[in-house]
Design a protein around this ligand. Structure first.
Ligand SMILES: [Zn+2]
Length: 279
């Protein structure tokens, strides 16, 4: 696992075990805020030990959405209050226990994980004031319906969760919502942006990266519709490469290519259904 100090009292941990997923610690004089908790306890414990070594304690854990790789480590912070979107809690109540039981069958390292449910919930927006820092939480749907972002206002830093990753991933989410959420982040005037997966983005590259991601989604939308109009079959849609849509296949050890293909198939199915409904 990698640890980077990205601003005064702000550290990002990047998993070496699962898809470069990130967890972010924001220290304040009163205590720490931990945004996301990684999937594997052995890495989450390193985050917990680091916070303890700095003689701080976690006041809040933010679950940015209900996907396993962001929430499984939460049970290791029983002293903290857990914050999330209402829909995150609702989706967890529906799916988390069954999904975890299945994951444990496949992955022995998860044996001791327990689901810890968020209890401090909101809909559109919530502000935390901790130790002189202003932390704004905003609804940011697109990747899934329950994503939130975390903006440390004085640090001009945003933990953008899976709204920003090396390829926008809309399976289980919504492409138009994703574009709106990316545009909302673009307006914030940020110094640092922590992606849900992959490298931290610095000031000079944030707007350009967001623009590329928005353009990717627009290209994807247009090209899938064009292929369907031309009668290309479902598997033929995979001929649209990630480069055709304006992004690189290199990040996340090549995983982006798989995410891109899942985007293609999901949009193909959705647009076909839409077109049939119109007839
Ligand atoms: Zn996710």
């Amino acid at each position: 696992m990698k640890r980077d100090r990205i601003s005064d009292g702000v550290y990002v941990f990047t998993s070496g075990l699962y898809a470069e997923v990130t967890a972010t610690v924001i220290f304040t004089d009163e205590g720490a805020i931990l945004v996301d908790t990684l999937p594997f306890p052995q890495e989450t414990r390193q985050v917990r030990d680091f916070i303890a070594q700095r003689r701080s304690k976690v006041l809040y854990v933010v679950n940015t959405h209900s996907h396993a790789d962001h929430i499984y480590g939460t049970y290791l912070f029983p002293e903290a209050e857990v914050v999330a979107h209402y829909l995150c809690r609702r989706l967890m109540e529906k799916h988390a226990e069954a999904a975890l039981a299945e994951a444990k069958r496949q992955t022995p390292q998860l044996a001791e994980v327990r689901i810890r449910y968020p209890e401090l919930l909101f809909n559109e927006k919530m502000t935390l004031r901790v130790g002189g820092k202003t932390i704004e939480l905003d609804y940011s749907p697109g990747h899934s319906r329950d994503v939130i972002t975390v903006h440390a206002v004085e640090d001009r830093l945003m933990v953008a969760s899976d709204t920003v990753m090396p390829v926008p991933y809309v399976v289980g989410g919504d492409l138009d919502d994703m574009i709106q959420s990316l545009l909302a982040i673009r307006q914030k005037g940020l110094e640092n942006l922590v992606q849900g997966h992959g490298e931290v983005l610095l000031r000079g590259e944030i707007e350009e990266t967001l623009d590329h991601n928005i353009q990717y989604l627009k290209n994807l939308d247009r090209q899938v519709r064009e292929h369907i109009a031309r009668g290309v079959p479902r598997t033929g849609i995979l001929g649209i490469t990630i480069e055709d849509c304006g992004l690189s296949r290199i990040p996340l050890g090549g995983l982006v290519q798989k995410l891109h293909q899942a985007n293609l198939l999901t949009l193909y199915d959705a647009y076909r259904t839409e077109m049939r409904a119109r007839r």
